[in-house]
Ligand binder design. Structure first.
Ligand code: PGA
Length: 239
């Protein structure tokens, strides 16, 4: 089932998304949150930090599982997703950092790291609420457009449009890692709830394709049409 919550702007999207996450944690303090990086969720994380400071939410029993990490960047690199998550959320709320998980982009044995990540997701009982952004090419996590959906955590080569989009965070395009580790489609689809956020007019076309177009690995987010509990919060006019 898809529920679309139309909001006025990025601020309202962030507030509503944070409210949904706060509600989830209050109902289930041991929630397993699937988390995303990128510009889209930053406002949501800011709101969660405020909610935690005001004692509206308690992260002490929460587990987080991030979608992806660049291959080859260690946790201290200022463009790694571990760095991003610590900066925007994890070190600012009362979560136990031992319960926060992100693929290890520096793992020596990438295959083993991918299996470890899938085992980890299984061992915590799967994801309760998965927060998602969407790439301009329809990617979710780093599940890039492809000929088939990949179920498990895997190493991907990033597409040109992703490298271009993400180069805004690096000194130059050459510095953007060309590969990443990403959670696969299975763990995302098995999440009990998916919260998809998108803002900016330039995402209108891809959001329409994802939510109303054919379900195809060429638009990875289109698989979400089959999710049993998808909530979309967006200021984008999808009519
Ligand atoms: P963005 O990235 O939030 O920076 O637009 C979204 C994504 O690539 O998933």
């Amino acid at each position: 089932m898809i529920r679309i919550v139309k909001v006025k702007n990025y601020e309202e999207m962030s507030m509503k998304a944070a409210n949904i996450i706060v509600g989830q944690i209050n109902l289930c303090p041991k929630t397993v949150l699937g988390l995303a990086t990128g510009s889209t969720p930053i406002g949501t994380y800011d709101q969660l930090v405020i909610a935690c400071k005001n004692n509206y939410v308690d992260f002490s029993k929460v587990t987080t599982i991030n979608l992806d990490e660049y291959y080859g960047l260690d946790a201290e690199h200022n463009q790694s997703y571990r760095y991003f998550m610590n900066k925007h959320l994890l070190t600012k709320v009362n979560i136990d950092l031992h319960n926060t998980h992100i693929p290890n982009g520096k793992a020596g044995d990438i295959e083993a790291e991918c299996r470890r990540y899938d085992d980890l997701i299984e061992s915590v009982g799967g994801i309760d609420l998965q927060l998602l952004g969407i790439g301009h090419n329809g990617h979710i996590g780093f599940n890039e457009p492809a000929d088939e959906f990949v179920p498990n955590t895997h190493c991907v080569s990033l597409g040109e449009s992703t490298i271009k989009a993400n180069s805004r965070f690096f000194e130059s395009r050459d510095e953007v890692p060309k590969k990443a580790l990403t959670m696969g489609i299975k763990a995302i689809m098995q999440a009990k709830m998916v919260l998809l956020l998108a803002s900016g007019e330039e995402k209108t076309e891809i959001m329409k394709k994802a939510l109303f177009g054919p379900i195809t690995p060429a638009v990875p987010a289109s698989i979400l049409q089959l999710h049993k509990n998808l909530i979309v919060v967006t200021p984008i006019d999808l009519a």
